[in-house]
Design a protein around this ligand. Sequence first.
Ligand code: ADP
Length: 460
Amino acid sequence: MADTDIKTEDRTVRLQVAAARQEESGQGIARLSRASLSEIGALEGDVLEITGKAVTVARAVLAFEEDEGLSVIRLDGLQRGNAEVGSGDHVTVRKTDSRPAQRVVFAPAQKDMRLQGPSAALKRNFFQRPMVQGDLVATTGQQQVADIPPQLRRMFNAPAYALTQIRLNVVSTTPRGIVHIDENTEVELRETFEEAHDARGDVNYDDVGGMTDTIRQLREMVELPLRYPELFTRLGVAPPKGVLLHGPPGTGKTRLAQAVANESEAQFFSINGPEIMGSGYGESEKHLREVFEEATKAAPAIVFIDEIDSIAPKRDQVHGEAEKRLVAQLLTLMDGIDSRAHVVVIAATNRPDAIDEALRRPGRFDREIVIGVPDEKGRREILGIHTRGMPLSERVDLNELARTTHGFVGADLAALTREAAIEAVRRIMPKLDLEARTIPAEVLETIRVYREDFVEALKR
Ligand code: ADP
């Protein structure tokens, strides 16, 4: 197609990808230095074409001071997925422009999310935001048409709205190419999930709070070997086959494993310890074998074993024959993974002392990462993640909340923000027409989550 009205610059710059700050995730912006911008003749606010293994677009924003002088572009998890790159990779960046779209079709990018609602809200949200077909994008706050937590679903007895950031897949645009939504664009929202080309819309590093260091370690142990196997072969170092995460329940071990898989562009297979133990005679081993087989076929892949202590307890604590055989099977499977198979097993437990020592021998789970209860800074990050897209009243002070929630793990903080949102919806209930099963736009506009809603939620 002749892009006569699109002015794409010839000048390009090669930049190294780094992660965006978590609180800026989903805004569709890319931060780069003043020098990089001037190299390509761009100004803040211009549309950038960013090319990795795939092409995406973002709006240019000036780098934070500490990045000035670096040849770095900061992209969030969705954008890294859109460009099919990881942090540390290089992308080519140039200035471009977008055309108004006649039509844009969105679908939810998160698996268990169902959406319904007026496209007007979406239109407002993405007004003037550059995008291309195939991109994953996120709403930025304010009132979203969204998935509802089960509690709310019961209250409304129908799909309604939640107050959360939602991620969407740009299924198609007319015309193709780089477009933006303007007042004349027709926006369609499909109700159910459609497989995106990249799974980072589901969970990525931006969604795991208080784990900067852990993420760095896991990137080195798992993501880099899966992403650049040649490099490790060349260096003659064998990447780890197994990593053991230990920490209390609800600290984000599962979510972290999923994020690592998605960011590594690896398939994710999950085994639940207690569940597998419950299967019939011989079934458990068979199931284990099948998962490992499938993972090997689908490689690069990550096999996640939750509550591994229930599969492989210390031998002196094992009584039944069935248990013994299962431990043996797991050990055989671990030993059977070829170091070039690009399969990594991540296991989680909250009782590291309760697992069979044989599992921790070299070549098995020989790396361990402790996932602790988050400190104040971690809690602040987690609260930030779970209130992304929530219309918070100005008096909600997340720093204060982080201070006063000592001992809360990620799951507790997620529940807290969900409860606060439900409080806010309860407040507007009298204004709702429950028969109509929808929230009128003018009510939706005014909804805010107040400080008091969090106070109420804390009481539960
Ligand atoms: P675990 O596997 O350690 O028991 P999960 O990963 O299943 O914990 O966490 C349950 C839920 O709690 C997650 O889906 C997420 O909503 C929230 N959560 C837990 N830890 C974190 C975290 N560090 N950052 C963001 N959310 C978290």
